[in-house]
Design a protein around this ligand. Sequence first.
Ligand code: PLP
Length: 400
Amino acid sequence: MYNKKAYGLGSVRSVIRELFEYGKQRAAEYGADKVFDFSLGNPSVPPPAAVEEAIIDFVKSTEPVALHGYTSAQGDQGVRKAVAEYINERFGTTFTADCIYMTCGAAAALTIALGAVVTPEIDEVIAVAPYFPEYKVFAEAAGAAFKVLPISKKDFQIDSEALKKMLTPKTAAIILNSPNNPSGVVYNDECLKEVSRVLGSYAKEIGHPIYIIADEPYRELVYGGIVPGYIPNFYKDSIVCYSYSKLLSLPGERIGYIAVNPEAADAKEIYLAVMGAGRALGYVCAPSLMQYVVGRCLRLKPDLEAYEKNRELIYGGLSKIGYECVPPDGAFYLFVKVPGGDAEAFSEKAKEYGVLVVPGDGFGAEGYVRLSYCVAYETIKNALPHFESLYEDFTRKCAH
Ligand code: PLP
């Protein structure tokens, strides 16, 4: 026998993976230069040199049994202290090492954080559309009922009145992801203030906290001088899930952390629940070498130049053709409105032009496709004429 739920999750390949596999197949058939794959969010710039230097230095200069041995379940004390101090320096907060839990990236951070706050009685988790599809999997694995706040504002900021109507005494948490995958939108301070006010006053009414779980793998990937608001400075009952996957181009190394806001009403209990959820999931002792490396590389910034150039080219290029795109303030995604609204059909049609884009339905946003522009600049340049033909072809089809 086997677990049917797990089988279901394992046997259905995600749309993104399907496209990726299709791209590989098409490249083998027609040549790699005939495929324009905008499906995957894999960083396209190498990690900063300082990261590789740190890895080599640790390997060469540290006694190997210690270097590759277990750290504490929640992560190395020195690294956690350095992370906490760095957060405080940047955001004027009061985190300590005992608020930080090192994780295998944001994915593990989210599953642990959800495991820490969802209870059999208070079991609803809200995601804001458009959202990273794995949230549903993570929330349901934690035993939660997954609810989605649909898009209602043109600028993709959060409609706090609509959010208010979704809250119930069973609401445990809301996941906020800014800069956002898939839209590239950064929630502005006004929006964060409103959301915090609505959640805070409802939580008071029902007599238990509603947590904001801030999913922040793209925090440092922002353009045009925008600084995403730091959720703990807006809302006390908050947990930050951070990752170095995108910031340092280390997605395969699986490193990130959870930061429990020390100002939360039950901060100590929540941190212990994080430790417990991590233990129950087997997410103890994130990769030791990577803990030490990020501990040394806290102040590194991503090399945004390549993404910024890609962003300008793809946003400008597609807009010029006639596509309606959500202005991308952060991350490396462009969310494009599909002429006529049928995203599945558009994505299928795009394949005929060798262009791979992900339909937005899986992100809780019908009528859009997502493009990951973490690709070579040349890929975008060469893809633009195909986008143009696709636009003409598809809009003609829609008109009939
Ligand atoms: N959250 C969002 C919004 C993401 O886009 C991703 C990865 O693409 C993750 C979480 C998971 O990231 P990690 O590699 O840190 O587990």
